[in-house]
Write a protein that binds this ligand. Structure first.
Ligand code: S3P
Length: 436
């Protein structure tokens, strides 16, 4: 196992720069999936060259889809049509990616062949019943390891029927898995959400000409149509931008411009929360690219004060909590986070990992079953474990910029799943980050 460690030293100067973070991970996964199932050739620009999305592309290659990579961030996908995938001869390895495994489960449930989805040590501990149970209600036959854990063996060759379903957790992955299975089902598949989640699958299906009704929190599709090929322009990933948003906010004198960041309202909860904490963030050059709202974000340093994070923003910032934990630990006063129990089943238990790490750095923080109470103050140096979680590793790297001495962060190799080139980009704006 690669247990790459990093050292993050206190910033010696304000952060400055004009940065473009890599393409959106959620959109890149879906672009490869829908383009593979379309009936002609699609072009993707801004594709995330991360391990997670490369795994999705590799899996479709194993099922006979030809995907060309003419340049970094570009893909030409020769779609085989909804029923054109071929049986893979080997297991389909999703690596660290929950999105790949859960969405693929929906696609594979509709195929005539059998397949097995596997993942790395972290993914093999993540709950899959949330997708296998509703898929079984649609008629799918999927075997899991004890406890509903991967590997997942999808029997295939079963006819599916639509369902009406209200997932007990707010999850775009669950919703998307059911919508993808719904493309192969007889009748309507209708999903009603606890809180609206990211709607990229819905938007992309509509762009591919598939009839779909959706509004925040509810969506309906039915089977039996075809997917048109499309050209997809993937915006920069808000979740990757978030680390720089927090870093520039915390390091005195900083000013950063982050280019062409995806501003889908189901992703930008962190902006509302940081603004309520006192952050100075401007959105410039707002426009639409590939059907998604996109803006440049201009972030200037500002002192933060603690708040009670409104629970209605939780789903819209579910991937941003590691960064928010660091912001809260440096704010004046108390920040309370609740309604975020899902953080315990991400790539790591993010509540436990961020609490343990920030405590090592001197923060006063108590975890609760579904969040944490964080007393703001200052951070000191030390050694923290990211537990192989890409977002915790990057959040601790931001903490290093404002700690009183250097932080060693262990187990950082998985940052390549979502943010290849993070260290180089971080250094380019003044963060003092190196491999140990
Ligand atoms: C994702 C949905 C979210 C998010 C993940 C990507 C997606 O997961 O945390 O990083 O692309 O649909 P959940 O659906 O489990 O909340």
């Amino acid at each position: 196992m690669n247990t790459l460690d990093w050292v993050a030293a206190p910033a010696a100067r304000p952060l400055h720069g004009d940065l473009t973070v890599p393409g959106d991970k959620s959109i890149s996964h879906r672009a490869v999936m829908l383009a593979s199932l379309a009936n002609a050739t699609s072009r993707i620009k801004g594709f995330l060259e991360g391990e997670d999305t490369l795994a999705t592309a590799r899996v479709f290659g194993q099922m006979g889809v030809c995907i060309e990579a003419p340049a970094a961030g570009e893909r030409i996908v020769h779609g085989v049509g909804l029923h054109g995938l071929s049986a893979p001869t080997n297991d389909l390895d999703c690596g660290n990616s929950g999105t790949a495994m859960r969405l693929l489960c929906g696609v594979l449930a509709g195929q005539a062949f059998e397949s097995t989805l596997t993942g790395d040590a972290s993914l093999s501990k993540r709950p899959m019943r949330r997708v296998t149970e509703p898929l079984a209600r649609m008629g799918a036959l999927i075997e899991t390891r004890e406890g509903g854990l991967p590997p997942l063996h999808v029997r295939g060759g079963r006819s599916l029927c639509g369902i009406e379903f209200a997932p007990p957790v707010a999850s775009a992955q669950v919703k998307s898995a059911l919508l993808l299975a719904g493309l192969y089902a007889d009748g309507d598949t209708t999903i009603t959400e606890l809180h609206p989640t990211r709607d990229y699958t819905e938007r992309m299906l509509a762009a591919c000409g598939w009839p779909i009704d959706y509004s925040p929190g509810t969506v309906r599709v039915n089977g039996g149509h075809t997917l048109r090929a499309i050209d997809i322009d993937v915006p920069a990933d808000f979740s990757s931008a978030a680390f720089f948003v927090v870093a520039a906010t915390l390091v005195p004198g900083s000013e950063l411009r982050l280019r062409k960041v995806g501003m889908n309202p189901r992703r930008t909860g962190l902006l509302h929360v940081l603004r309520a904490m006192g952050a100075d963030m401007a959105e410039e050059n707002a426009h639409f690219a590939g059907g998604e709202p996109v803006s440049d974000l201009v972030i200037r340093h500002a002192p933060l004060r603690g708040i009670d994070v409104p629970v209605e923003h939780v789903a819209d910032m579910i991937d941003e909590f590691p960064a928010l934990f660091v912001a809260a630990a440096c704010a004046e006063g108390t920040t309370t986070i609740g309604g975020a129990a899902e953080l315990r089943v991400k790539e790591s238990d993010r509540i436990a990992v961020m609490t343990a790490g920030l405590r090592m750095l001197g923060a006063r923080i108590e975890e609760t079953p579904d969040g944490a109470v964080i007393e703001g103050g200052s951070l000191r140096g030390g050694r923290v474990d990211s537990h192989g979680d890409h977002r915790c590793a990057m959040a601790f790297a931001v903490a290093g910029a404002v700690a009183t001495s250097a932080i060693t962060i262990t187990d950082c190799a998985n940052v390549a799943t979502s943010f290849p080139g993070f260290i180089e980009l971080a250094r380019s704006c003044g963060l003092l980050l190196a491999t140990a």
